[in-house]
Design a protein around this ligand. Sequence first.
Ligand SMILES: Nc1ncnc2c1ncn2[C@@H]1O[C@H](COP(=O)(O)OP(=O)(O)O)[C@@H](O)[C@H]1O
Ligand SMILES: [Mg+2]
Length: 264
Amino acid sequence: MRVWAVANQKGGVGKTTTTVALAGLLAEQGHKVLMIDLDPHGSLTSYFGYDPDSLNASSYQLFQGEGNMTSDEILGLATGTSVPGLTIMPTSPALATVERQMTGKDGMGLRVNKAMKVINGEFDYVLLDCPPVLGVLMINALAACERLVVPVQTEFLALKGLERMTRTMQMIQKARPQPLQFTVVPTMFDRRTQASISSLNTLRKNYSANLWRATIPVDTRLRDASKHGKIPSQYDSDGRAVRAYRQLLNHLLEEQKQCDKLTA
Ligand SMILES: Nc1ncnc2c1ncn2[C@@H]1O[C@H](COP(=O)(O)OP(=O)(O)O)[C@@H](O)[C@H]1O
Ligand SMILES: [Mg+2]
């Protein structure tokens, strides 16, 4: 079972969209995929038509009690989607209180990691959609994943956010048994704007080792897909953003293969 996290300390950069697009494509390839909404705002949960305010079973439960849930209990928090093979563990606004409750508790950063070990093998891929805040929830995701996808909007302010995210990753590296593999993904790229072009150049200069060379273009069809609660590849299977996400997925799978070879 592969656990990937999608994170950035900045909001509105395409994290949830990237989670849905990649998870949808993986499911279309025949994989069993679980998406976990770790953002109390619940964009991912709402995307699939669930109301975060009225759910009893949610990722919040992972942080309750002593964290000794059984596999059945954890799987019971997840629910199906209209896409075969694609499952979601929704969020709850109560998840926001975890930051306060968990502070100072032992093992607080490892709840998701532990849950992933308990359900290991139940899915081929688990994708963690993170909140745009450096806190217990993001730390949990970074500790639980083997691969991190960092969407970065191609505009100046977003690059500042990436600097913060890089510092967080460096901090996390020290606490992990294996190094965290991360891939920076330029999103909402608009080749007609100078802001997009110059921020892409900056990314290429400063993050070349971890940068996906292509970009996810601005594509309003992504917003339309979310409005209709459809995964992008079903809503607009040959759209330009979907084609770019397909390329990104191929790149991530290739990187994963290379990593497996190195560690074998
Ligand atoms: N490549 C894109 N082109 C156009 N709109 C996009 C693109 N990616 C995301 N969006 C839209 O931008 C908004 C924020 O994206 P979202 O994935 O929710 O970001 P985050 O999870 O980082 O807050 C959403 O309305 C989404 O539909
Ligand atoms: Mg989001």
